[in-house]
Design a protein around this ligand. Structure first.
Ligand code: DGJ
Length: 730
């Protein structure tokens, strides 16, 4: 059993493959945190409990024991108001207006398997023996508040998940003001903090800084997890790198407003926490009602950042992503967005698809502009009916034409939006998020549909599924192109208005569950102006995400490298686009664009009919090469070799689970006069096997490749890249 309870020391010990996590009940039922880190046997975990005699200005909740203050105790789920002055994990307002609560242990249960969180995405098990779950029931009897801390330890994945359920078991209403999913205290602050920040078109850049006194906080109040901060934070031992050092990563399975904090206090201890953003959030709990927080995934690695990433990757590939495409190679696609934008007709689309077929591409995706009167981005969202001006014979005819030459067909939607200039909005002006008597701020000339309302969701469900049923569509791109303003719902009473943003997410998840469940053969790709909702919540419903609207190969190095800190390659959409690039106007080589895009779910996003014969030959080669490598790339283990944040060269590699083959991708942005030697040391291979470099036929020892390395001989030009395949020679 990965979870043990020692009744004499009243300690809980959770163990996943390489990790231990421990807590202890002390005194009248206070739950303290003992340990999170490398797996230990758990002989003397209770000895970690430590009190601090007479900490001045840290009051003592137990009058007879001046050694205890919650201000100095490592807390498992900290409260404010009873002597802990650090950041609390939760706050509840009682009917009398007070916000002081104190949770004490009541009971617990340990059981095999992992429960689904009602209405929320989360990691899962396929059989009960894959994990154990611990539910610790805490209560504040005065408030009538029950809080259940839920932990799961996986047996074959090195991760622990946490979430919290609040229940009002009293007779008075309660109001949740803050309800984080996880909070962990550490006995020191010898850490650096790593987070993934950015903007539209520049997502998930890596940033790290020392943890110093006070608080480092990130979050989103945009109504989506956002381009700007990813719902992920890690504490690293100082100087930890890709391969060495301790790393504690925490990631929220949620796609809306979140907050994450790293705090260091007067005693040089630290606290890491993550959950729903308390800013502008509150939730009314009437007697008998309950509230479930999203899930936090916690990964510890003693093998540096790379070790942490691979633990997240394998869990997410196998026990977060779902459906047919979890284990299926993803099709190579061509998308018409950067090829045509809104300016296309059926013949143009067919010609791009035909050109794709000739190059070996498997799926054509029709992007924005096929519905309503959508000749521009200022209209028609919500009018999900085919534009007969562009497609005079309808969608079915176009799909059949494309399918007739054995190509799959995919379609773009932006189902959460409505244009004020649309029939849907004219008929239902209160269906969008809005606040009475206030301006409705537009973004890209659009408003956001109020997904907290079931009538709105039902109407969208009908329109989208009517289209999906009308033709053999095997792929959907689900886009979302603005952040929330005037967040209010016409369907909620005054006292529940601040629930709107979270209710929106619950409504979105419900609709996604319904639609993806009804169309299991469809590959869904999530998108939010590129990677504005690149989070585990979305991956639960849609196993791949359009990584960024920036398709420039050089820019993509940082974006894809940063994304890979948490998310596996198989979740990242990556396309070759035209040069000069539409976002940064840079001209890179077709080879490099191909190699960058092949480091993800591969595709093209340009007018294929404009290729020269020479370009066609290169692209045919890329498509064939990706087909032969895609199982390895999509389902192997990724090792990062050189960081684009640190220099002119970037490299990563993917190794098959059985270490029988590997593919290495190397990139150099600019040529340098009197070029220094290019040399790469590989990782993750079997040191005792020999590997053939297929490009040359040369044989190398796995031990040599990893320790002595390999020399590269790129041409002396800008924008160079290599994609090298190694096969074990057994
Ligand atoms: C934003 C997406 O990220 C793009 O790929 C494209 O689908 C546009 N929306 C279409 O409006």
């Amino acid at each position: 059993m990965p979870i043990h309870y020692n009744s004499s020391s009243r300690t809980f010990h959770l163990q996943s493959t390489g990790t231990s996590y421990a807590m202890q009940i002390i005194k009248t039922g206070v739950l303290t945190h003992l340990y999170w880190g490398s797996k230990v046997r758990g002989t003397a975990l209770d000895k970690l409990f430590q009190t601090m005699e007479r900490a001045s200005f840290s009051p003592n909740p137990f009058p007879e024991d001046r050694s205890i203050s919650f201000d100095t105790l490592p807390q498992e789920y900290p409260a404010y108001g009873t002597s802990d002055f650090r950041h609390p994990a939760y706050q509840v307002q009682l009917a009398n207006g007070s916000t002081v609560t104190e949770l004490l242990y009541r009971t617990h249960r340990i059981y095999a398997g992992k429960p689904r969180l009602e209405g929320l995405p989360g990691t899962y098990t396929e059989s009960e023996d894959e994990a154990d779950t611990l539910e610790i029931e805490l209560a504040d009897e005065t408030a009538g508040l029950k809080v259940i801390l839920i932990y799961t330890a996986f047996r074959d994945y090195d991760a622990i998940t946490r979430s919290v359920r609040f229940e009002n078991e009293g007779g008075q209403p309660l109001r949740l003001l803050r309800a984080l999913s996880a909070s962990v205290d550490f006995p020191h602050r010898s850490f650096e903090v790593l987070n993934l920040y950015g903007s539209w078109s520049r997502e998930r850049w890596i940033e790290r800084r020392p943890l110093t006194s006070g608080m480092y906080s990130i979050g989103s109040s945009r109504g989506s997890s956002s381009h700007h901060q990813n719902p992920f934070l890690a504490l690293l031992s100082p100087g930890a790198d890709e391969d060495c050092g301790e790393v504690y990563g925490i990631n929220l399975v949620y796609s809306g407003n979140f907050a994450a904090h790293a705090e260091s206090d007067q005693f040089h201890t630290s606290r890491l926490s993550i959950g729903l953003n308390p800013f502008d959030f509150s939730w009314l709990l009437e007697p008998g009602e309950s509230f479930q927080t999203p899930e936090a995934v916690m990964v510890h690695s003693a093998e540096g950042i790379g070790g942490m990433s691979r633990k997240f990757h394998s869990l997410y590939r196998k026990r977060l992503c779902r459906g047919l495409y979890r284990d299926e190679p993803r099709p190579i696609l061509v998308n018409n967005w950067e090829a045509t934008y809104f300016d296309f007709n059926a013949d143009k689309i067919e010609s791009i698809a035909r050109a794709g077929k000739e190059l070996g591409i498997e799926l054509f995706v029709l992007d924005d502009g096929w519905f309503g009167k959508r000749d521009n981005d200022d209209r028609s969202l919500g009018d999900w009916f085919v534009d007969r001006n562009k497609l005079p014979n309808g969608l079915e005819d176009l799909v059949q034409r494309i399918r007739s030459f054995d190509m799959q067909f995919g379609l773009w939607f932006e189902p959460e939006m409505v244009s004020p200039n649309s029939d849907l909005y004219r008929a239902n002006p209160d269906w969008c998020l809005h606040v009475p008597n206030r301006r409705r701020t537009e973004g890209r000339k659009q408003l956001i549909l109020d997904y907290s309302r079931s009538d709105v969701r039902e109407a969208v469900y009908k329109m989208i599924t009517d289209i999906l049923r009308s033709a053999p569509i095997t792929y959907v791109k689900w886009d979302m192109n603005r952040n929330m303003t005037e967040v209010g719902s016409a369907a909620l009473p005054a006292e529940r208005q601040r629930e709107t943003a979270h209710r929106y997410m619950l409504g979105l998840y419900e609709l996604l569950e319904r639609i993806t469940g009804e169309f299991p053969h469809v590959l869904f790709e999530s998108c939010s102006g590129g990677g504005g909702r690149f989070d585990p919540g979305m991956l639960y419903y849609m196993p791949q995400i359009w990584t960024s609207d920036d398709t420039d190969a050089v820019e993509r190095l940082k974006i894809q490298y940063g994304t890979s800190i948490v998310y596996p390659i198989t979740t990242m959409g990556a396309h070759v686009s035209a040069v000069p690039n539409h976002q940064v106007h840079r001209t890179t080589s077709l080879e490099m664009r191909g190699h960058v895009a092949m480091s993800g779910n591969f595709g093209y996003e340009l007018d294929l009919t404009k290729f020269t014969e020479e370009e066609k030959a290169i692209v045919k080669g890329q498509v064939a090469e990706y087909k032969s490598l895609r199982k390895l790339i999509q389902f192997g283990d990724q090792y990062r070799l050189l960081s684009p944040f640190e220099g002119n060269e970037t490299a990563w590699m993917v190794v098959a689970g059985d270490k029988g083959e590997a593919v290495v991708a190397w990139f150099r942005v600019l040529a340098i006069a009197h070029q220094p030697l290019c040399h790469l040391r590989l990782k993750g291979l079997d040191p005792n096997r020999d590997y053939v470099l297929e490009a040359t036929g040369d044989v190398y020892g796995g031990d040599e490749l990893m320790n002595a390395g390999i020399n590269l001989w790129p041409p002396h030009r800008d924008f160079q890249s290599l994609l090298w395949r190694f096969s074990a020679r057994d």
